[in-house]
Design a protein around this ligand. Structure first.
Ligand code: ADP
Length: 627
């Protein structure tokens, strides 16, 4: 008896999307159906291992076209579906059969079968090319067969029928051709072969289709037309793409594989194909997506690579295979040196896995380093989205990985206003330049305005501009590059004056000791007051002393940590303002204190720090105007 049922609401919505789809790659329907067929065979095989009532046979998937009927049929001898399963799996999308099955086998703790992760739109993609779909199926768990039929609108029907063998036969009744869409082409032999090669080459079971063969020439037959016959032939190589030799895989194949497997519509920035044989044997495919995935910045994004053991899928996101800072890398690892029934906990401790993980990291870094060397534009594109990850990687764990990462870091050069590496900075250093200078500023224009830049600029030395929050922390961890110390223009002693100039200021410091003392008492929040060796035209500035810098203070404040940098008020001894202060103190202490406070607060503002008491500061300025 034929029963007609309504699709569930969400299924209707999906079907509606498929039917009205203007998606140009309608061809993926074949990939999806073949992938379902392959899963179904995996499931049957898995069940046959524990249940002797379930026979095994030569597994295969057949793709056949019938031009007279305008149909395409995909046949598998997999697990098949019971009536309930038909209704549950094809009548609704709320549950994914594969997911359920995976849960079941992971509970049983013997993941012994390859169930390639399902993605895309699955079964329903058939409706992108078909006006009617039938599924004739017989489950290995049932002696009855059923026929599911749907035109994809609101309802489907299921009726009991006859079928000799276990498995499913999916028949697509192709839509009529339109101006934009040629559905007939899917019945062509070359098209089927192409699509199977392109999308399903690595499916582990033979995918067969009818192929035209030329008959041997018959001497007696003098007709011009060569005679042909059809043979059922396996089209896919069945070898997973990652197991193939690197030289046998084209970039296009890798890109297509990546896009299908990781559901990206763009080619990756780069693909890395690794075949390693030796102590530990493994194959890996690693990809850097062109753009970070939409949930990359959220907690929902779990890092990890897919893990296969001897070609059998084990784990979707094995986080132990990739360090945190390379979390953007997508890909998979397949090794013959890991046990099949390994648990997540055991994985963490597995020596082979650790070794593979460290190799994977090395491969990615060496790929990046050659990209920087050979294709800078590409590296810059990469760096724009992922540079921050490298910086964090360098900073993490007290710089444990600094030597691996320092040459991949780029920072903005003040002189050239473009991103450069530490090596490139060092290369351009004049001989007399002792240190690598950096300034914390959002960009070149902001750095330009820093009074602390004056002396370095006047020497023509380049300055690296640190604009990301993590930058200064990273530099602190690095301390030096290739024998050259990093010096902050707003903190460290820049050692830019010659001996004579420096001595002059030191003498002056002695001479003006009392004055400097008065200034210090006037601004209790400053840790020290000194005569500056870094200013040229500016009257004064504030710098920091000790571990915490102004930038760190700002970053820590944004994390609700109230840690302050120790402020040093620096006065330019050669500036007219200095004598003004001296004169003011000669007049009276109050006038001196007031002037010092104004100048100190101005210097803080210059540094991006608001005065503690803005009102008092503004009043002081007003008083000055009125004087
Ligand atoms: P997914 O495969 O992602 O779960 P689909 O919509 O493609 O989603 O398929 C839904 C379910 O229908 C599958 O999980 C599976 O249980 C079942 N199914 C689909 N095709 C077959 C098939 N050829 N043989 C057996 N079961 C199938």
């Amino acid at each position: 008896m034929k029963e007609t049922k309504e699709f569930k609401t969400e299924t209707k919505r999906l079907l509606d999307m498929m039917i009205n789809s203007i998606y140009t790659h309608k061809e993926i329907f074949l990939r999806e159906l073949i992938s379902n067929a392959s899963d179904a065979i995996d499931k049957r095989h898995y069940l046959s291992l524990t249940n002797t009532n379930i026979p095994t046979e030569e597994y295969e998937i057949k793709v056949e076209a019938n031009k007279a009927e305008r149909t395409i049929t995909i046949t598998d001898n997999g697990v098949g579906m019971t009536k309930e399963e038909l209704e549950e799996h094809l009548g609704t999308i709320a549950k994914s059969g594969s997911k359920e099955f995976l849960e079941k086998i992971s509970k049983e703790n013997q993941p012994d079968v390859d169930i390639i992760g399902q993605f895309g739109v699955g079964f329903y993609s058939a409706f992108m090319v078909a006006k009617k779909v039938t599924v004739l199926t017989k489950s290995v768990n049932s002696d009855k067969a059923y026929l599911f039929e749907s035109e994809g609108l609101d309802s489907y029907s299921v009726e009991e029928t006859e079928k000799d063998s276990f498995g499913s036969v999916i028949t697509l009744y192709l839509r009529d051709n339109t101006e934009d869409n040629d559905y007939d082409k899917f019945m062509e032999e070359y098209e089927i072969k192409d699509l199977v090669k392109k999308y399903s080459d690595y499916v582990r079971y033979p995918i067969k289709t009818w192929v035209t063969k030329y008959d041997p020439k018959d001497e007696k037959d003098d007709s011009k037309e060569p005679k042909t016959h059809q043979e059922l032939e396996t089209i896919n190589s069945m070898l997973p793409i990652w197991k193939k030799n690197k030289s046998e895989v084209t970039d296009e194949e890798l890109n297509n594989f990546y896009k299908t497997k990781f559901m990206d519509y763009q080619d990756p920035i780069t693909s890395i194909h690794v075949n390693v044989e030796g102590n530990i044997t493994y194959n890996a495919l690693l990809f850097i997506p062109k753009k970070p995935f939409y949930d990359f910045y959220s907690d929902r994004d779990e890092k990890g690579l897919q893990l296969y053991t001897k070609g059998v899928f084990i784990l979707d996101k094995c986080k132990d295979l990739i360090p945190d800072y390379l979390r953007f890398v997508k890909g998979l690892v397949d090794s013959a040196d890991l046990p099949l029934n390994i648990s997540r906990e055991m994985l963490q401790e597995d020596r082979a896995l650790k070794k593979i993980a460290s190799n994977v990291e090395k491969k990615v870094l060496s790929e990046l380093s050659s990209m920087l060397k050979n294709d800078r534009d590409k590296y810059l594109e990469f760096y724009k989205d992922y540079g921050l990850n490298l910086k964090y990687g360098l900073y993490e764990n007290y710089g444990e990985k600094k030597d691996k990462l320092k040459d991949l870091i780029l920072l903005r050069s003040f002189n050239d206003d473009k991103l450069i590496s530490f090596a490139e900075y060092k290369e351009k250093m004049p001989e007399d330049q002792k240190a690598i200078y950096y300034a914390v500023a959002k960009d070149k224009a902001a750095a330009e305005k820093l009074p602390q830049m004056e002396m370095v600029k006047s020497k023509g030395y380049d300055v690296l501009i640190l604009s990301d929050d993590v930058d200064e922390f990273m530099i602190n961890v690095l301390k030096e590059y290739d024998g050259k110390q990093f010096k902050s223009i707003n903190k460290d002693d820049l050692e830019l004056l010659n001996e004579e100039e420096s001595k002059k200021i030191d003498e002056m410091k002695e001479e003006k000791k009392d004055l400097l003392e008065s200034i210090k008492t006037a601004i209790p929040s400053a840790k020290d007051v000194i005569l500056s060796k870094r200013l040229v035209d500016a009257p004064c500035c504030v710098s920091s002393t000790g571990e915490i810098t102004f930038e760190m203070e700002r970053v820590l404040k944004s994390q609700n940590k109230d840690v302050k940098a120790d402020r040093v008020f620096e006065i330019n001894p050669n500036h007219a303002v200095f004598s003004k202060i001296e004169d003011a103190y000669k007049d009276n202490k109050e006038a001196g204190d007031k002037l010092v406070n104004i100048l100190y607060n101005e210097a803080l503002i210059q540094e991006g720090i608001l005065p503690d008491d803005p009102k008092a500061f503004l009043n002081a300025i007003t008083d000055l105007i009125l004087k």
